[in-house]
Write a protein that binds this ligand. Sequence first.
Ligand SMILES: Cc1cc2nc3c(=O)[nH]c(=O)nc-3n(C[C@H](O)[C@H](O)[C@H](O)COP(=O)(O)OP(=O)(O)OC[C@H]3O[C@@H](n4cnc5c(N)ncnc54)[C@H](O)[C@@H]3O)c2cc1C
Length: 585
Amino acid sequence: MAKLSSLAQFVALAATGIAWSSPDCKAVPGSPGWPTEIQWSGLNTSLSGRLIKPSPPGAVCHPTQVTFNAAECPAVQAEWLTAAWHTTNPVSSIRNNWNNDTCLPIATDPCSGEGYPIYVVNATCAEDVKAGVDFARENNIRLIVKGTGHDYIGRSSAPNSLSIWTHHITGLSFHDGFEPKGCGFSIDGAAITAAAGTQMLELDGQAHLRNLTIVSGGSGSVGVGGYLTGGGHGALSSTYGMGADQVLEIEMVTPGGDIVTVNECQNQDLFWAMRGGGGSTFGVMTSVTIKAFQSSAFHTVTALMATKPGTDAYWSVIANVLSQFPTLDEMGISAYSYIAPGFTSAALNITTPVDGFYGIFMLPGLHPENTSDSLTSAIKQLFNTATSSFPQQFETFTNTTSYPDFWSYFEPNYGPLNAGDDGVLGSRLLDGKALTGNLTALADAYRVASPVGNEISAFLVSGKGVHNAKPRGGSNAVNPAWRTAYIHSVLSVGWEPLNEQQKKNQEGNLTDVYIEGLRKLAPDMGAYVNEAYPDEPDWQHTFWGDNYERLLSIKKDYDLGNVLWCHPCVGSENWEVVDNVLCSK
Ligand SMILES: Cc1cc2nc3c(=O)[nH]c(=O)nc-3n(C[C@H](O)[C@H](O)[C@H](O)COP(=O)(O)OP(=O)(O)OC[C@H]3O[C@@H](n4cnc5c(N)ncnc54)[C@H](O)[C@@H]3O)c2cc1C
């Protein structure tokens, strides 16, 4: 079966006239440079049998496929819809479109598997990673990295590639004070070294057992690899800084195949780039050491504000609420909130649509004045101020809960999250100027960004902690827009699998209409690379601002030949994928 598909690919490439044998293209099955079975077998031996040639996970539902299994198919179809399941498969992604819909678990859909990697290194240690990196470099094969497959911009999957799967690189160790290699001094406080396969739930849970807490994301199944290399926001980032700001040291394999330790005292350029410069670009992280903090009480208020649909008052109030977020940040409050016109909720028994605003506001009890009462009164005040010009038009509801620590809040709330759909995100980081400068413009931007039935988030996850962060070594590659932002606003559009026209329309709406208003509102800001539309205009500066040029120079120093390539990633602009083949332009 595998041989047949290689042959078909060879014929198809020859017919399209693609330069499949060109030295400027990565090798693909059937092209002259593609390794022989003996060479692949040699790699497998050097990996002690840990090279996998996986079938697409949806193939169990396709009678034409060798892995067809009618009994297993229903379970795969059910699990396909949960984010966590995709982490346990070597090639699966949470969104179908990143595998080009090429083998959904639906018997009537096509199953070519062309959107998936050809081989996977099921790595358990840095030496396995090195073997894979060396093999890809020496044989001119496109190399990618998959931790969990949670990427929202499709970087952890690619056709005709060799993938390094880090899921089984496991282990955690805890430090009371940490001495970065080669530094000769110790950094005070608690620290945790996590292997590349670590996911947030394990990291948060193990930290909790030691009365510690960390900056981590909202979902338990996200992995450290993509989260920390992209930046990493969370409920505690507005207190302590981004996830990347907590990194003390990284062990990694460079595109040249060196296993190196990077920190503020050695390999400083890679240390800088790996903290925010993006995943699968500067090397493969095999472990990371991050700062941890003593746990403290954690207060939350879940809140809802609603009015009848279709009024101008709604947008005016939304703008007023958002304009107060910098003040909330001053009080140490963060939020996951949503602007939801046309909102209904079975859980809240709201069956007739309302124009709503809902979310959770959070306050770590780090200071005596940070109490559940202070949080509750701040949120009530927020709504009172915003709605005062529109008496009796808005209903508000708040519910306060206090937890002994962050974990007690996180554990019941981390997921499970949906997956197995087709879609993309769009987002923008908004600073104080965008939020308070012109409330009419703010209201208009959100009115356009969230048409009825399509909610948009307003995450208050930046703020003091991110603005004043002191990353080791003085700075890191996190998008400078984070350093003035308060809100990270994200929305999602989707389409039916395999429906190209719908995809085109939805992506067009997202980037040309919904996000365009927010871009105009905050033209000097940018977007968070891990949760954004991958084809943002001027993506280089949208995702990395003024850091881009330095990042590009580091990429050229360590990976001139683009052993690692992904889009939109630093240095990717001179290559393109045509008919599943990666070639230089
Ligand atoms: C349900 C869900 C919730 C989320 N919540 C948050 C949140 O609260 N805060 C937040 O900041 N983000 C959040 N995100 C976004 C998240 O940060 C990105 O999806 C991130 O890329 C996931 O990283 P990963 O390693 O889990 O995923 P993967 O898809 O495995 O990898 C993502 C990228 O990182 C690369 N990569 C992975 N491991 C390594 C490694 N060891 N070395 C080098 N490169 C590597 C991959 O090649 C790819 O480029 C969320 C995503 C999802 C799906």
